[in-house]
Ligand binder design. Structure first.
Ligand code: PRP
Ligand code: MN
Ligand code: MG
Length: 179
């Protein structure tokens, strides 16, 4: 275990098992269709990489980079586009992929932004859902895990850009968040 970690919330094998299930569910739901996954950088990249390898219909991906947190643990609520999609998504079946839905502000912005571009359909898939902190209601079609209101890192999630590479979801020691 990483020395800054206080406790592991979700072990690697639990996460992998759940991602397999989500992939199977998506495969069933999209029979006969192509999927365009839109990953929200940077947090969603690890989850997206694992998820797409568990989907058995033609799956394409593109990315948007948005940031609302900057440094620290609290959402600013202001979403900035740092990188836009490469191509038009008109007529495509989109699944927006997130690592976590917290206040919901990032996802609300993303869903509206994607819908305005004329896709055939839009669904949302997130690895983690922290419902206690929700400020705006957002529909989640595929949800990996509901988690309690604790600031978590790992599996793509960062604190000040660190810890994204941890293969599990964890809570850091309190002194790490203070420094
Ligand atoms: C985090 C996380 C989600 C978003 C969730 O991204 O990856 O995208 O915040 O928070 P919300 O529901 O309160 O909007 P962040 O802005 O930290 O960027 P990152 O993915 O590059 O870490
Ligand atoms: Mn993010
Ligand atoms: Mg972040």
């Amino acid at each position: 275990m990483h020395p800054h970690v206080e406790k592991i919330l979700l072990e690697e094998n639990q996460i992998n098992e759940r991602i397999q299930q989500l992939g199977q569910q998506i495969t069933q739901d999209y029979q006969g269709k192509d999927i365009l996954m839109v990953g929200i950088l940077k947090g969603a990249m690890i989850f997206l990489a694992d998820l797409v390898r568990n989907i058995e219909v033609p799956t394409f991906f593109d990315f948007m980079a948005v940031s609302s947190y900057g440094a620290g643990t609290v959402s600013s609520g202001v979403v900035r586009i740092l990188k836009d999609l490469d191509k038009s998504i008109e007529g495509k079946h989109i699944i927006i992929v997130e690592d976590i839905v917290d206040t919901g502000l990032t996802l609300q912005y993303m869903v509206e932004n994607i819908k305005s571009r004329g896709p055939a359909s839009v669904k949302v898939c997130t690895l983690l859902d922290k419902p206690d902190r929700r400020k705006v209601e957002v529909p989640i079609d595929y949800n990996g895990f509901q988690i309690p209101d604790e600031f978590v890192v790992g599996f793509g999630l960062d604190y000040n850009e660190r810890y994204r590479n941890l293969p599990y979801i964890a809570v850091l020691k309190p002194e790490i968040y203070q420094s």
